[in-house]
Ligand binder design. Structure first.
Ligand code: TRP
Length: 329
């Protein structure tokens, strides 16, 4: 049994890519491992969400996790800002992180380029906060996508540095959790790359049926194949991939056959695809809505998560204070 930690920034709703890429795997992982899933609302502050949105986003993602099947009795599901031990350990870890190495991370350099007017210190020390999230529970495994690999590398480095500095094997160095075969890469609708938050590219778990229909009908295609078994353009591959994920095998095979015999009508295929996505998301959306509206339940879930997460975090902070030499009178 591994200790697994995974955080998600609270910057908006989850889409099908999040669902098939991670969330579905989390539901499975919680049966086998000691899992800490949390909503990283501190991390989302680097981009200044407005105060109303901040809580609404946390509530939305919490509802989505629960609706998708994260069980707050099995996993520890909590909100980062509910755990005061996190900022405390973060402060201590900051003393061991060098400005130079933080400035050299790709995500920081990318932010400096994309938002030169808001290069705040929170952005610089983002990897320290993330490392804190992970090591505070002594995690051994962290499920991360490509974009987070460097942050995990930094986490290992900070853990190792702490251990070396105080001459003891206190923090384990967390490894990436590899979903292997279970990692489904969901393509987006704009003809290139994977599903992401750019306008019109993603289908959100909470999208209403008309919205889904509209987005799918607008998905990028091409003029259609002119000869049998023609190599597919990227955009067409993406539509087929989406269909492979959400539709019945016969449906997928039918349209593939249509494509390979040049009879395909993308309009028909998209209509079918939209219908199948709606069929899949319908019950989930209803569940999300019901949970979102159930203040009492959310409060109970958050309290349960807070209690479990704090118990684990407090042990670490107590140890670390002692290791560092902080002593109360
Ligand atoms: N940085 C992660 C992201 O943007 C979110 C995150 C914060 C995280 N703390 C974490 C992920 C700890 C894993 C473990 O996706």
């Amino acid at each position: 049994m591994e200790k697994v930690v995974s955080g998600i920034r609270s910057t908006g709703n989850l889409h099908l890519g999040n669902y098939y890429g991670a969330l579905r795997n989390f539901v499975r992982m919680q049966q086998e491992h000691e899992c800490y899933f949390f909503i990283a609302d501190y991390h989302s502050l680097t981009t200044y969400p407005n105060p109303e949105d901040l809580h609404g986003n946390v509530r939305q993602i919490l509802s989505e996790y629960l609706a998708a099947g994260i069980d707050p009795e099995k996993a520890t599901l909590y909100i980062q800002s509910d755990i005061p031990e996190i900022p405390e350990l973060y402060l201590l870890m900051n003393m061991n992180a060098y400005v130079g190495e933080l400035e050299r991370t790709t995500s920081f350099k990318e932010k400096v380029r994309s938002q030169p007017n808001n290069v705040n210190a929170g952005l610089l020390t983002y990897p320290v906060l993330m490392a804190t999230d992970i090591i505070i529970h002594h995690a051994s495994k962290v499920p991360v996508g490509k974009d987070q690999e460097q942050n995990l590398e930094m986490t290992r480095r900070f853990a190792r540095r702490f251990n070396n500095m105080y001459n003891q094997e206190y923090f384990p160095e967390p490894e990436p959790y590899n979903f292997g075969e279970d990692l489904v890469k969901v393509p987006g609708l704009d003809g290139s790359g994977k599903m992401g938050k750019t306008e019109g590219n993603a289908i959100y778990l909470s999208d209403e049926p008309q919205v889904i229909k509209k987005k799918v009908m607008k998905a990028v295609t091409d003029a259609g194949p002119t000869e049998p078994n023609q190599e597919m353009a990227e955009a067409i591959k993406n539509i087929f991939k989406l269909m492979e994920i959400v539709s019945e095998k016969e449906t997928y095979d039918y349209f593939l056959e249509q494509y390979n015999t040049t009879r395909i009508r993308y309009g028909d295929m998209k209509k079918q695809l939209a219908g199948d996505i709606i069929e899949f998301t319908d019950p989930l959306r209803e569940k999300i809505k019901a949970i979102y509206g159930d203040q009492e339940y959310l409060k109970k879930v958050a309290a349960m998560g807070r209690e479990k997460a704090r118990a684990s975090a407090a042990r670490t902070v107590r140890d670390v204070r002692k290791i560092i030499g902080i002593k109360s009178f």
